[in-house]
Design a protein around this ligand. Sequence first.
Ligand code: SAH
Length: 241
Amino acid sequence: MTTAILSALPEEQQGLLERLQHVRAQRRAGRDFWLGELHGQPVVLALSRIGKVAAATTATTLIEALGVQRVVFTGVAGGLGPGVQVGDVVVAQEFVQHDMDASPIFPRYQIPLYGRERFACDPQLAQALLAATQRGLQRLGLDAAVHHGLVASGDRFVSAAQEARALRAALQEAGHAPLAVEMEGAAVAQVCHDYGIPFAAMRTISDRADDTAHVDFPKFVSEVASRYALAILDEFVRELK
Ligand code: SAH
C-alpha cells in the first residue's frame, strides 16, 4: 500500500527526501512527485503547495495519477485554541473551512452539497500519527504538548490577534472549537473523503496567528518544524503496515 507524505514547505520535505531509497521522480500538474521507499514502505513525497486549491490539486494527482492509498500531511500552523503554544504539535481529528460561507443558502461553514461542515481524519491513521508524534518528540528530547482535535483551514495567513480572535469567536458560535489554523488541511481531507482514502495530518505550531506571526514563521520553519516533521514521520513510517 503506497502512502503519500505531503509536506507544506520544502524545509519539511528535505530530511525525508534525503532518506528516500530507490528514488524515481515524476512531474505532473507542474509538481514534483518523489516515489521510493522509507523503511521498506512504498511512499510518494510531495509538496502540497500553499492554499486550498493548490493542495486539492496535489492530493487529487496523488490519488488519480500515482495511485496512493493513504495520505499523511505534515506542516505548520498558527495556534488558535487556548493553551496551544508555539512548539506544540496538533494532530488533526477533523477539519473545517473557516472561509466557507454560502449563507443564507447553506448554513455558515457548511460545504455545499456535502451537507456537512467538517471532514474527519481516519481514526486509525490519526491514532498512529498521534503515537508517532509522541515517540518523535521523545526522540528529540522534547516534552512539547501534543493536542488532538479540530483544525481550521482557509486561504488566509492569519497574522493579527484581532483577526484570530474574530475567527475563533465566529467558529465557536457555530459550535466549532479549532485548535489551530492553516491553509491546506481541510482541502486535502475533502479530496480524501471523496475518494475514500484514509487521511491524517499533523501540524507543528509555528505562531499564535497574531501580530507577530509573520516574524516567528520563517525562522521557526527552518530551525524547528523541519526537525519535528522528520522525527515524527520517520517514527510513523517505521510502524506502517
Ligand atoms: N512564507 C512562506 C509562506 C507561508 S504561508 C513561504 O515563503 O513559502 C503559511 C503556511 O504555513 C501555510 O502552508 C499554512 O498552512 C501554514 N500556517 C502557519 N501559520 C499560519 C497562520 N497563522 N495562518 C494561516 N496559515 C498558517
